[in-house]
Design a protein around this ligand. Structure first.
Ligand code: NOJ
Length: 960
């Protein structure tokens, strides 16, 4: 008998015989042998800091000037605890990124057959060996006590030889210190018997310890599970034995560290140890399928990006720790700054130090290493309607129709697992979807798309071609004994394709070929769920750590990368299915460093309650600063039936999430926006329509992200890096560089909401144009927020484009005219941009785009608005093709598209006239407060009508 969906979902809980307290399905640090071992090093250090010295030291540099031709030096490393073991330290200075330094360490000449996993960079970085700086730009000096590398812009790295300590300085000020607290410990490979001998030695070691000297027991306590570990009913065979890595990184003078997504925690990471610990466990990075996750917790979720920003008003630095195994991070703030302790189960040390010195450069440096966000198809930035499940063709078309009937725009309808026969993805259930192409065509007729789910588990059935193919090609994840790993997931007994195996890549592409997957069409895109991977009857709901991937690596080594490779393979398959290629859209649940190159992610199975809802903003911001900027949360909450109030607030928030999708669990009541009576339906419609009006702003932000790695939504510290009062704020944010400041209302019954203003500029209410004058000091505004509205403010000094006519789907709006909103700064100036391309092909990579810069300068009589070619300011883009040259087909295609209206907020005086190229144009004026004044109230408003300005052209509008 087939299990019902609900029963399948509840399976992990049923198997464990516990109710739905899912926390118990996942390990605490104290239940994980390597975390327990390494965390206790930190505990011993903090109990006796004065006695605690690192056993590691380095010899003189092995590479000196004359023997190398680029900035890469190595040092032999030894540990006084294990003199017979050799390690090597290597420091590189990279050519690009204002002085990014790379620090690597590995065990060398191991007497065992084992090696540490050293391929994380291959998957995470765009270039596994980024080009090195020349020796003219980076210099090493060395004496017996230390080595110093001096390089770009006042940066230097000092390596104290014994005990080993590495400090990166900027202008003589320490920014980041490696091994300041002596927690570095790389467990060398050893045979099981050797460990027994060591255990025997522990008594005498204890005596030495009491005498106050360092010995092995400070670093390696006896651990009966070091070679084999039991967790509930599973045994991890650990064929390589212990190979964990502990490192500490301190950030002197820093009060805030951000990053390490994905966690449901504040953006500014609270302590996990010490007197002010907010959590008892470290932040964990280990991709898992976590059911009903806690709203405030350091527990692992679906994705992992081991990136940290350490930020103070003086400067910012970043560290990217290229490790893909289970990793826990303790955070401690004290008077000296912030200290972090990273504990990983396996892998080499491969650390990238991003020098900043401000958040904006951190974003650029991270993008240089791992690639920027791929520019998505434009339609994917619009509204998506999902639920588990739209059950058949009629259901899909009815939903599609009702959106039109109620005048609510929609771009994408989604299909969850039930579209398939027995969860054999690709195979549509013929009794529910008798004519897939007909359905897709009807959807396409309105410019709309569909997304269907394809999960990584493969039903183990000899009548399923995906299974038989993958088995025949021998590309499945293996058990330690070499047989194919099998586990339980939605389809029942399943196997998993090993996307580390290059043989899987071309095969997977073929599966999406329109000739192979005939029930498919160019407007069908893909959702890759469950790719942590989720295994219902596996340890921590995933594959056992000793399962084996291509190259003989264990899942333990590559766990956090695994989901990203599936995401990438699907994205490449969508690119390959059409000529000329279209941009892919693939939503993934699991992710790792670099996943931004392949598509979007979402925050998984959130609860539909106020507490979870409130926490989403910080989660999305944390993903954004770590490059994973195309992200969203299930609007309405995955679990539960939302009240009208929370649903409206969720749509208002969703309209300002980079990825805007409503989704719901199969057991929830239907909740498509058209189902509600007024005024609720109107509020939902308003939120979705607002998204459509602002689509040009979103596309600008996606484009910026694709060029420079800038976050699509920016937290306060990224926009105002010198205002400490804003650093911990994670419930409001700016959209790209548009100047739009949003604060979702996430409190039940709230009729007033405070917004923090950091800068000395006026702000304007987006909806009412009320003006809040500039104030010399940072301050809060208290705004009325009845259910119909929420804080959307425009920072003085901004210009952004909107499209006021909203159509059924975003592609239908491609030739509609624009309105430019100009919100003047207190100096009477403003600037902004408009980026446009065809929204779906790769033509933009060949220069087929337009990129306008808008600039408003004040004159004694009024002001001048100019449109100029924005691309020529941008070296990267202008390297391509002259933007408006003969080859720019896109610019020609939209040559007729106009700016139909210009709204100027905050002008001081009513003008006498407005002209374009010497010709007067129509305008209207409303009195009100001016940008530079102190008066609060309605802003003055100049509306210029039909000025006849082509979006492609350069022009000037004069206000006199
Ligand atoms: C888990 C996903 O997180 C959820 O969004 C989806 O609806 C279910 N799997 C069923 O596919």
């Amino acid at each position: 008998m087939r299990l019902t969906s609900w029963a399948l979902l509840a399976l992990p809980a049923l198997l464990d015989g516990v109710a739905a307290v899912k926390q118990e399905d996942f390990k605490l640090c104290s239940q994980s042998s390597f975390c327990r071992r390494l965390r206790s090093i930190g505990q011993r250090q903090s109990a006796a800091p004065a006695h605690f010295t690192s056993p590691y030291s380095v010899g003189p540099p092995a590479t000196t000037a004359g023997t190398i031709d680029h900035a890469s030096w190595s040092w032999p490393v030894s540990s006084s605890l294990y003199p017979e073991i050799s390690f090597e330290l290597r420091v590189d200075i990279l050519e690009k990124g204002d002085g990014i330094a790379r620090i690597r360490m590995d065990e060398v000449n191991s007497q065992t057959p084992f090696r540490r996993y050293n391929e994380t960079a291959k998957w995470a970085l765009v270039d596994v060996n980024p080009p090195l700086a020349s020796l003219a730009d980076a210099r090493l000096t060395s004496d017996a006590a230390k080595s110093t590398i001096t390089y770009a812009k006042g940066l230097s790295i000092e390596i104290i030889h014994s005990p080993l300590k590495i400090t990166q300085y900027r202008d003589g000020r320490p920014q980041v210190v490696f091994n300041e607290r002596s927690l570095l410990h790389m467990e060398h490979f050893r045979q099981k018997q050797v460990e027994k001998v060591e255990e025997g030695a522990s008594e005498s070691e204890q005596m030495v310890l009491q005498a106050g000297e360092m010995d092995r027991s400070w670093f390696e306590e006896v651990d009966a599970e070091a070679f084999e570990e039991r967790w509930k009913k599973w045994t991890d065979s650990k064929p390589k034995g212990p190979e964990a890595l502990s490192i500490d990184l301190s950030f002197p003078g820093v009060e805030h560290v951000f990053g390490l997504p994905e966690h449901a925690s504040p953006l500014s990471l609270p302590d996990t140890v010490g007197p002010n610990a907010h959590y008892t466990d470290p932040y964990r990075l280990f991709n898992v399928d976590i059911f009903e996750y806690l709203a405030d917790s350091p527990m692992s979720l679906y994705g992992a990006i081991p990136l940290l920003h350490a930020h103070s008003a003086k400067s910012s630095v970043g560290v990217l720790n290229l490790v893909a195994s289970d990793t826990w991070v303790d955070v401690l703030h004290d008077k000296q700054g912030t200290h972090t302790h990273w504990m990983s189960e396996s892998g080499i040390l491969d650390l990238l130090l991003l020098p900043g010195p401000k958040p904006q450069q951190l974003f650029e440096q991270f993008a240089i290493l791992t690639g920027p966000t791929a520019l998505p198809p434009q339609w994917s930035t619009a509204y998506h309607q999902c639920r588990w499940n739209y059950i058949n063709e009629e259901d899909v078309l009815e939903v599609d129709r009702r959106f039109d009937e109620t005048d609510i725009p929609l771009d994408v309808t989604w299909l969850d697992v039930e579209y398939s026969v027995d969860r054999r993805y690709f195979d549509w259930n013929p009794s529910h979807f008798p004519d897939v192409k007909r359905m897709l065509q009807k959807v396409a007729d309105k410019g709309r798309k569909m997304v269907a789910i394809i999960d990584p588990h493969v039903k183990r059935s000899d009548s399923y071609r995906i299974y038989t193919d993958a088995k025949d090609l021998d590309i499945l994840i293996k058990k330690p004994d070499g047989s194919n790993f099998e586990g339980w997931c939605w389809p029942g007994n399943s196997v998993w394709v090993d996307f580390f195996n290059p043989k899987s890549w071309d095969w997977w592409k073929k599966m999406f070929d329109f000739k192979v997957w005939t029930d498919s069409a160019p407007n069908l895109f893909i959702w890759n769920d469950m790719n942590e991977p989720s295994v219902f009857d596996g340890p921590e709901i995933s594959v056992p750590r000793d399962t084996v991937h291509d190259g003989g690596w264990e899942n333990r080594d590559v766990h956090n990368i695994n989901g990203m490779l599936f995401h990438n393979a699907t994205a490449q398959a969508l690119i390959a299915r059409e000529t000329p290629a279209k941009r892919p859209f693939v939503l993934s649940r699991a992710y790792y460093t670099g996943s931004q190159r392949f598509g979007a992610i979402w925050t998984g199975d959130n609860m539909g309650d106020w507490e979870h809802f409130a926490g989403e903003t910080a989660m999305l911001l944390s993903n954004n600063i770590a490059g994973m900027s195309f992200c969203g949360a299930d609007v309405g909450g995955f679990f539960g039936d939302p009240s009208h109030e929370i649903l409206v607030r969720w749509y208002q928030a969703g309209a300002f999430m980079p990825f805007f999708r409503a989704h719901a669990h199969i057991d929830t009541k239907r909740r498509e926006p058209f189902l509600y009576d007024e005024p609720i339906r109107g509020y939902l419609r308003d939120a979705i329509r607002l998204r459509y009006q602002l689509l040009p702003v979103w596309y600008n932000a996606f484009h910026d992200a694709s060029v420079s790695g800038a976050p699509i939504i920016k937290p306060q510290y990224a926009v105002f890096p010198e205002d400490p009062a804003g650093f911990a704020i994670d419930d409001q944010y700016y959209v790209g560089d548009s100047g739009i400041l949003v604060k979702p209302v996430v409190v039940e019954g709230a009729t007033k909401t405070d917004v923090y203003i950091s800068d000395n500029q006026p702000y304007y209410d987006y909806f009412t144009h009320r003006l809040y004058p500039a104030k010399a000091k940072p301050h809060h505004l208290s705004l009325d927020t009845p259910l119909s509205t929420f804080p959307v403010l425009i920072q003085g000094g901004s210009i952004f484009p909107v499209r006021q006519r909203v159509r059924r789907s975003s592609p239908l709006m491609w030739q509609d005219p624009f309105t430019l909103i100009i919100a003047l700064s207190k100096q009477g100036t403003a600037s902004g941009q408009l980026y446009l391309d065809d929204g779906e092909t790769f033509g933009h990579e060949r220069g087929e785009f337009i990129w306008r810069s808008f600039d408003f300068s004040s004159t004694s009589k009024g002001g001048v608005l100019r449109s100029s070619d924005g691309a020529s300011d941008q070296t990267e883009a202008s390297d391509a093709v002259t933007p408006y040259g003969e080859n720019n087909l896109w610019a020609k295609t939209i040559a007729h598209v106009k700016v139909e209206r210009v709204v100027v907020l905050g002008l001081k005086n009513k003008p006498h006239g407005v002209s374009v190229a010497g010709q007067g144009v129509e305008w209207s004026w409303e009195d009100g407060a001016a940008a530079g004044g102190k008066k609060e109230g309605g802003s003055s408003k100049l509306v210029i009508k039909n000025p006849g300005l082509g979006v492609v052209e350069s022009w000037e509008v004069r206000i006199e």
